[in-house]
Design a protein around this ligand. Structure first.
Ligand SMILES: Cc1cc2nc3c(=O)[nH]c(=O)nc-3n(C[C@H](O)[C@H](O)[C@H](O)COP(=O)(O)OP(=O)(O)OC[C@H]3O[C@@H](n4cnc5c(N)ncnc54)[C@H](O)[C@@H]3O)c2cc1C
Ligand code: FES
Length: 261
């Protein structure tokens, strides 16, 4: 089981904003039509958006793509995302993508675990699973019901930390239960790192494949600054430490190979 690398489109492309609306507390869905098709865009991959005059482009996972249309779900954090938040319908953006590795889709009973804005790539993956009749369970976790507007897949099991919507508790409390109940053979996850770490530990204990999409800070985005490096290990030979760069080798990795912080 390995993350899939597809054709990478590294040329900057223009796209027109068709919608940019709030889906929950400080989180938005940006919908755009690109000048060109988002060729072979696969769940797990990202686009890198030029945010006004900021030198460094900002990466965002593709939450849906079809032809020249695509969506991202983003949380407003700093200057770059504030710029995107203020884009009106008809505005143009400059992006590069799709970039990076994608989830490896297999015909296995799957558990999709998405936390916060990490549900973007999980929604895209769920769409693909639906289209290919691959059985899956989708756990969508949020802090509280002010965030649940993100849960765009009706079949998702909603979990909130404070119990204001759906099941109460942390999403990690439900992972083992659903693996056993739904006889899960493979896990896919994106979201806060403690969630992906816990899911990877459980997957290792239960001998289940797991793929994680890591959404950390990027600096150069092109593999030269080492700002996004992570420690990984060889599953067969865990003593061997291997440095990888998320922007070059990821963002999708075998969760059991990551040495989590
Ligand atoms: C492959 C990849 C995919 C991503 N996909 C998404 C996505 O689909 N939706 C989304 O909302 N975000 C996503 N991110 C994170 C997103 O790129 C950052 O939130 C964005 O770059 C922040 O830019 P900014 O200029 O608004 O904030 P900055 O001014 O750069 O930072 C503002 C504050 O936010 C914090 N911050 C910035 N980036 C992160 C981060 N990744 N995690 C935690 N804190 C951070 C900084 O420490 C700082 O305190 C992804 C990141 C990667 C690497
Ligand atoms: S962000 Fe510079 S090497 Fe990845």
């Amino acid at each position: 089981m390995n993350a899939t690398m597809t054709k990478q489109v590294k040329k900057a492309t223009l796209a027109t904003v068709t919608a940019n609306h709030k889906v929950s507390h400080n989180t938005y869905r940006l919908c755009v039509e690109s000048e060109k098709d988002l060729i072979e865009s696969q769940p797990g991959q990202f686009v890198s958006i030029l945010c006004n005059k900021l030198v460094v482009r900002r990466p965002f996972s593709v939450a849906f793509a079809q032809g020249n249309y695509f969506e991202i779900i983003y949380k407003v954090r700093g200057e770059g995302t504030k710029y995107i938040e203020n884009l009106k319908k008809g505005a143009q953006i400059n992006f590069i993508g799709p970039l990076g590795s994608a989830f490896c889709i297999e015909n296995k009973k799957s558990l999709l675990i998405g936390g916060g804005v990490g549900i973007g790539p999980m929604m895209f993956l769920a769409q693909r699973f639906k289209g290919q009749n691959i059985p899956y369970t989708f756990l969508a976790g949020f802090h509280s019901n002010i965030n649940t507007g993100l849960a765009g897949i009706p079949e998702a099991v909603l979990i909130t930390d404070d119990g204001t919507s759906g099941k109460k508790g942390s999403i990690v409390d439900y992972i083992k239960e659903y693996i056993e109940k739904d006889k899960v053979e493979k896990i896919y996850t994106c979201g806060p790192e403690p969630v992906m770490k816990k899911a990877s530990v459980i997957a290792e204990e239960m001998d289940i494949c797991i793929e994680v999409a890591i959404e950390r800070f990027f600096a150069c985005s092109v593999g030269v600054c080492m700002g996004c490096s992570i420690d990984t290990k060889d599953v067969e030979n865990p003593e061997t430490l291997i440095k990888k760069r998320i922007c070059k080798h990821g963002p999708v990795f075998d969760g059991r190979t990551i040495i989590w912080e």
